[in-house]
Design a binder for this molecule. Sequence first.
Ligand SMILES: NC(=O)c1ccc[n+]([C@@H]2O[C@H](COP(=O)([O-])OP(=O)(O)OC[C@H]3O[C@@H](n4cnc5c(N)ncnc54)[C@H](O)[C@@H]3O)[C@@H](O)[C@H]2O)c1
Ligand SMILES: O=C(O)C1=N[C@H](C(=O)O)CCC1
Length: 278
Amino acid sequence: MSDFQQTDTGEVPGIVVTGASGRMGQMLIRLILTDDRVRLAGALERDGHAWIGRDIGEAMGGQPAGVLVSDDPVTTIARAQAVIDFTAPTATAGFAELTAQARAVHVVGTTGLDAEDLAKLSAAARHAPIIRAGNMSLGVNLLAGLTRKVAAALGEDWDIEIVEAHHRMKVDAPSGTALMLGQAAAEGRGAALDDLRTPAREGITGAREAGRIGFSAVRGGDIVGEHDVIFAGTGERLILRHVATDRAIFARGAIRAALWGQDKDPGEYDMADVLGLT
Ligand SMILES: NC(=O)c1ccc[n+]([C@@H]2O[C@H](COP(=O)([O-])OP(=O)(O)OC[C@H]3O[C@@H](n4cnc5c(N)ncnc54)[C@H](O)[C@@H]3O)[C@@H](O)[C@H]2O)c1
Ligand SMILES: O=C(O)C1=N[C@H](C(=O)O)CCC1
């Protein structure tokens, strides 16, 4: 049997994957089709995509999975117990409303959401659970906790810089993970990230202001995701680093979140809640 054939269609939560042809979409579908705790209930792509109407298993180069790729989120999401969504900010804001109408769990991996998108998610979370994280891996969520602790332990004479690297196709910067880590560092310092954040530098910037949290982004090749949190003191540096080498770490976290959310009340949650790190 091919990896892409569904092995179990029993009474387990049905998951709809949005952005089914994407890097994360395909990884999620592969893992869902071989995991008997869940079943693939639908695969969504944007209007006009070449895969619409095709069996998702075949479109991915394998055996039929018995699920056709659809561009109809209303009908598809109506039959979901969970929607796992790694797409784009506007798409995710729209899926939030439909997922809430279905009273299903919305697992949001999409990054780059603005205040308007986030307000739509908050409105939807009044009716169903939404679990959102800039990074769904265990390692990064542990790193966020470490970052919070180290930032709290070190004074403002230790400069905090976050350096991230991703593949050439990534469209947003800083990464969702970098912002998560920045948020953790700011919390450690008892402040809001918006008050401490220094974006990418260029030109005559002047000397670094104490207490700020700086961000830099590298883009190139097929880098899955690398993050350094640098605490630069005088005469010494402490560097906390996470390196992702396989997108399966994000997809496994998202499936875990979809299962965890099944018995939760409506509201906004993150991966620290799912992993019991709060
Ligand atoms: N939170 C995490 O752990 C994590 C991990 C990896 C990626 N991401 C984020 O997930 C997102 C997707 O990343 P990717 O590398 O898979 O990108 P990608 O470009 O490979 O895939 C995105 C897919 O979404 C589809 N899409 C866009 N609009 C849509 C719509 N309205 N309806 C249905 N499908 C739609 C696109 O056609 C594409 O196939 C990005 O925001 C990325 O930063 C988050
Ligand atoms: O490939 C991406 O895009 C990734 N996005 C997330 C982010 O913005 O941090 C997680 C890592 C991979």
